[in-house]
Structure formats: structure tokens, C-alpha cells
Write a protein that binds this ligand. Structure first.
Ligand code: F3S
Length: 393
């Protein structure tokens, strides 16, 4: 293991016990990758923030670190928690969950982690630059940061991202080098239109080649928010930390194995999540909506009213929520009876969904987790279908 002077001092405990334990974890990971090297990072993003995901053991671990004086050495943001801190009632939060969730956030904040509470930190809270080495958890954000921004990050877990934040170092793995090349070409003949199609495409590609790094060729290409949806879908069904597109400026490796994704491939998954009854819950924003998406949704809701028998949630980050508020958009959501919510992820919320509930979303990742974690009937639809169902059009 090659270690610098500071790293040796960290392991000797000269920077405190928390830093020592954290570096031991990073070193163990680096040894398992077989490269025996660490790399300095510019930022970190930690997952495992909801009390539902980490429970009492996770809470104690974080409290221990915070009470032991652990501090992050680089800019660090946090993933969503179990509910919107200003609207807990929307998520069926009880007193214990509420209290423990706040303790988790407080412990992370005490270590210097920004309470961004979002899975799209790259929109404003934590914006890496092309070429930056970072240590991020949350698969959708990892894939977006590597593939769309051009940063370098391993697909970290919650604990390893926090350990990297505390030490300012990550294990040097393939994802931090230019060896991360595609090894399969995915030619997409399926028609891809809206956010939901992009997220479904990612999910289907991940199912077809779960252990490969895909080069995805889609006619017309895509940008920004659509690639965010592709990243989230892909991260749900595949182990990759990056995808490539034909628009990227790089020498395409020769003799790539090739697969084709057709309309039929997408239809097969879509049919399994077809809407057969009126939804009781509709959600958009998995991953969290950008300001552009919030504006688009606000335009569709303006002057209209959501059906009274459906809960319509639009998830975003608190920084986008703040901007939406400055632009006077919150009133539009309120008047329409829709809930623009921040801080939260439904997959890790305590929200009670029974087998009588029908949940409609435009996110393949959202549909997958809602199906895995609840007894409700799950449906996947386009964003327009979500809006029309919500408005009863
Ligand atoms: Fe974000 Fe939760 Fe979806 S973390 S990507 S809203 S499952």
C-alpha cells in the first residue's frame, strides 16, 4: 500500500480516532481493488441518510463519529431522508421516526455535511467539474457525475463515501482512471420520447448487460435531465458506474460486442407496470426534479386542480425548492392541490401504502423500488400521463 506522510499520520491516529478508522476502511477497500493506492478527492456525497434505511445501528454509528469529533475535509452533501422536514404529515411519519431522522441529520451536520437532502446535488449544491476526482454514493448521481459531467468516482456506499469525506481520500480504482472504457455497444432502435422512456431505457439496458459498461447509441441523442433519468434507470438494474454515448468525444473501441434495444424490449417491461386502475398516489422526481422540470410541471398545473382522491407529489431538492419559491411557483402548486416536496425520497420514507393503493410514477427506478418495498400496485407512465391522471383529464 503506497501511503503519503499525511495518510501515515492519519493511520497513527494523529488526526483523531474517527479519521483513523475512516482511513482504515478506505485502505481496506483500496487493497481489495488490488491497486494499493489512494486518490485525493474534491467532494463527497453520502447516502444512507434515512432512518428507514440505516435504523438504530446506523444512527449510533453516525452519532459515534460526530461525538468523536469527526469532520469532513472536503465539500460533502447528503442524499434525501424519509420525509420533507416541513411537511412530515405527507409521509405518515410517527414521533420516533421524526426524532431519529433529525438526529441522523444533526450528526451529519455536526461533521460538516451540508443538509442538501437530495439525490441531484449536481444541480446546485455540489457541482463537480469535468476531470474532478470525487467520492459519491447514490448510484444515479454516481453515473450522472461520471457519464454526463466527466468527473471520476467509484460507486461508493454510504459508509465509504463518508469515510472518504472525513479523510479526503478514496480508493484508487478503475473508475478513477481512463481505463473506464465501454465494453458493449447498445444500439437503440426503440423510440425514446420523454423522461419516462429514458429512465426505462436505462433500466432495460441494465437488465440486459448488468455487469458491462455500455456505449449507448440513441438516434437524436439526449441532454441534461433526460440523461439524469437514464442514469437512474441504469443504476437500478446494473452494477456499472458509467455509460458512454455516441456524442462523447472519444475513440470508440474496436470490436465491441453489440446488442440492440427495440420497442419490444421496452414494451415488455412497460406492460408489467401498466396502469389498470385509477392511481391513488402519483409521484414525479425520482431522481429529484431540476428547476427546469419544476417550471414545466408548474406550467401544466397553472389554473388547474388535482383530483381530490389522489396525492400528487413532485420531489425536488431544497435548493431548487428555494428557487421555485423565489419565482412564485409554490402558489401554483398549492392552488392546484399538488405537493412540491423537498428533502425526501419515497423509497426510504415511512409512507404507508397498502394493497389498495395504486402508485403511478414516470420513473423506472421509482417504480422498481415502490414495487419492492410496498404492497401497492405499481404503474409506470409518461410525465404527461402522470399529469393527466393527477388532473383527471
Ligand atoms: Fe432519488 Fe430516491 Fe429516486 S434517492 S433517485 S428519489 S429512489
Amino acid at each position: 500500500m503506497r501511503l503519503g506522510r499525511t495518510e501515515k499520520m492519519m493511520l497513527e491516529g494523529r488526526y483523531g480516532e474517527a479519521c483513523k478508522r475512516s482511513l482504515e476502511l478506505i485502505v481496506a477497500i483500496a487493497e481489495s481493488y488490488g491497486r494499493g493506492e489512494l486518490i485525493k478527492i474534491k467532494s463527497a456525497h453520502v447516502s444512507g441518510v434515512s432512518y428507514k434505511s440505516i435504523g438504530d445501528a446506523g444512527l449510533e454509528y453516525l452519532k459515534d463519529l460526530a461525538e468523536g469529533g469527526a469532520k469532513v475535509r472536503v465539500k460533502t452533501t447528503m442524499n434525501p431522508c424519509g420525509f420533507d422536514l416541513d411537511k412530515p404529515w405527507l409521509f405518515d411519519v410517527d414521533e420516533t421516526f421524526f426524532k431519529k431522522q433529525l438526529e441522523i441529520i444533526k450528526s451529519l451536520e455536526a461533521m460538516g455535511v451540508q443538509p442538501s437532502l437530495t439525490c441531484t446535488p449536481y444541480y446546485s449544491d455540489n457541482k463537480p467539474r469535468r476531470g474532478d476526482h470525487i467520492a459519491w454514493a447514490e448510484s444515479s448521481a454516481v453515473i450522472y457525475a461520471n457519464s454526463v459531467i466527466g468527473a471520476y468516482t467509484n460507486r461508493e456506499s454510504g459508509p465509504s463515501a463518508l469515510a472518504a469525506a472525513i479523510t479526503g481520500r478514496a480508493a484508487l480504482a478503475k473508475d478513477h482512471t481512463d481505463e473506464r472504457r465501454p465494453n458493449v455497444m447498445v444500439e437503440v432502435t426503440a423510440k425514446i420520447f420523454d423522461y419516462s422512456d429514458w429512465s426505462l431505457l436505462g433500466f432495460v439496458v441494465g437488465r440486459l448487460v448488468p455487469d458491462e459498461v455500455p456505449l449507448i447509441k440513441v438516434k437524436g441523442g439526449a441532454m441534461g435531465d433526460k440523461l439524469k433519468c437514464l442514469s437512474a434507470g441504469l443504476g437500478t438494474s446494473s452494477a456499472t458506474s458509467i455509460f458512454w454515448t455516441a456524442e462523447q468525444d472519444f475513440q470508440e473501441p474496436r470490436d465491441l460486442k453489440r446488442i440492440v434495444v427495440t420497442n419490444e424490449d421496452l414494451k415488455e417491461v412497460r406492460d408489467g407496470w401498466a396502469l389498470t386502475r385509477r392511481p391513488t398516489v402519483i409521484f414525479i422526481g425520482c431522481p429529484h426534479c431540476s428547476l427546469r422540470e419544476v417550471k414545466e410541471i408548474a406550467r401544466s398545473l397553472k389554473g388547474r386542480r388535482v383530483r381530490r382522491d389522489v396525492m400528487f407529489l413532485i420531489l425536488t431538492s431544497r435548493s431548487v425548492y428555494r428557487k421555485a419559491s423565489e419565482l412564485g411557483l409554490l402558489e401554483i402548486f398549492e392552488r392546484a392541490g399538488a405537493h412540491l416536496v423537498k428533502d425526501a425520497c419515497l423509497a426510504v420514507s415511512p409512507k404507508k401504502l397498502s394493497r389498495n393503493d395504486v402508485v403511478l410514477t414516470d420513473s423506472a427506478k421509482g417504480a422498481y423500488y415502490a414495487e419492492t418495498m410496498t404492497n401497492a400496485t405499481i404503474a409506470l407512465g409518461g410525465r404527461r400521463a402522470c399529469l393527466e391522471e393527477a388532473l383527471g383529464i
